[in-house]
Design a protein around this ligand. Structure first.
Ligand SMILES: NC(=O)c1ccc[n+]([C@@H]2O[C@H](COP(=O)([O-])OP(=O)(O)OC[C@H]3O[C@@H](n4cnc5c(N)ncnc54)[C@H](OP(=O)(O)O)[C@@H]3O)[C@@H](O)[C@H]2O)c1
Length: 261
């Protein structure tokens, strides 16, 4: 299937590692021009050269902290200038802190809002002037908490639902410009973040990280963690020009883990 991505201009937020990096690589493989972002310039340089080696496409980098509104606006303007426009925006971000309501402070709530919801709003607002007339695509990465709350992650459970509301409302507003927007939630995709979470659980419970991982995998019908490339395949399709009629939707990529319709 030709996804019609050759020469398309793509910004992938939070893509020096993990899911974002997998998505950026998959777009480069399809012949797109990609900008990757993250806070650490060193991680960005390392990731860009890895993707370049694997795909033979050059990759642009832009350091940005997604909790800073103005930095997002400036980064998107600059990236659009360097790319010569923007066809596709992938909203992705770092994970919000874990914890229950009683343990979290007002500052934690403000931080999680700015990281997981406001950053997406700012990125969409900043990118729209460059997408007008091009029939752009926007894809929001969230979590399986869009279908089923995750224990001890009240910040994710709250703000990811805000992304769903944003997606559905925007799908109606942006349809007149043929801009399609969807949301995708990962279940357990093997990234550094998931490895760190398992390591913490192991420390707390006195088990080995391997035991924690095996228990976690046993709760997934496909009996294993997904890989970033498997997650990226659907993201890239939904955000490609080949997707012409799916908008305002949300789905999880979780090996069957989520127990919800
Ligand atoms: N992996 C999963 O199975 C899973 C499951 C549910 C939800 N999620 C969600 O999916 C998202 C990505 O997860 P992941 O597993 O790919 O995480 P990851 O491996 O930790 O990668 C996170 C990426 O985000 C960047 N980042 C973090 N905070 C940032 C900030 N304030 N500003 C700009 N960039 C930032 C990191 O680069 P720098 O540190 O250099 O900034 C890195 O490139 C997270 O929101 C996570 O909660 C993942």
């Amino acid at each position: 299937m030709d996804l019609k991505l050759t020469g398309k201009k793509v910004i992938v937020l939070a893509s020096s590692k993990g899911l974002g990096a997998g998505i950026a690589e998959a777009f480069a493989e399809e012949g797109a021009d990609v900008v990757i972002t993250g806070r650490s310039e060193e991680s960005l340089r390392d990731r860009a050269s890895l993707i370049e080696q694997k795909t033979g496409r050059s990759v642009l980098t832009a350091a940005v902290d997604l909790t800073h509104q103005k930095s997002i606006e400036d980064m998107i303007k600059k990236a659009a200038g360097e790319l010569g426009g923007v066809d596709i925006l992938i909203n992705n971000t770092g994970g919000p802190p874990a914890g229950s309501f009683k343990k979290l402070s007002e500052e934690d709530w403000d931080f999680a809002y700015s990281l997981t919801l406001r950053s997406y709003i700012t990125a969409v607002r900043s990118v729209l002037p460059f997408m007008k007339g091009s029939g752009g695509r926007i894809l929001n990465v969230t979590s399986s908490s869009i279908k089923q709350p995750v224990e001890d992650l009240i910040l994710s459970n709250t703000f990811r639902m805000g992304v769903l509301g944003l997606t559905k409302s925007l799908s109606k507003e942006l349809a007149e410009d043929n801009i399609l927007i969807n949301t995708v939630g990962p279940g357990r995709i093997e990234t550094e973040r998931v490895q760190q979470i398992d390591a913490k659980k192991a420390e707390k419970s006195g088990k080995t990280p391997e035991e924690v991982k095996a228990e976690s995998e046993a709760s997934i019908p496909l009996a294993r963690y997904g890989q970033p490339g498997e997650f990226a395949s659907l993201v890239v399709f939904l955000a490609s020009p080949k997707n012409t009629y799916t908008t305002g939707q949300h789905l999880v990529i979780d090996g069957g883990m989520t127990n919800a319709y």
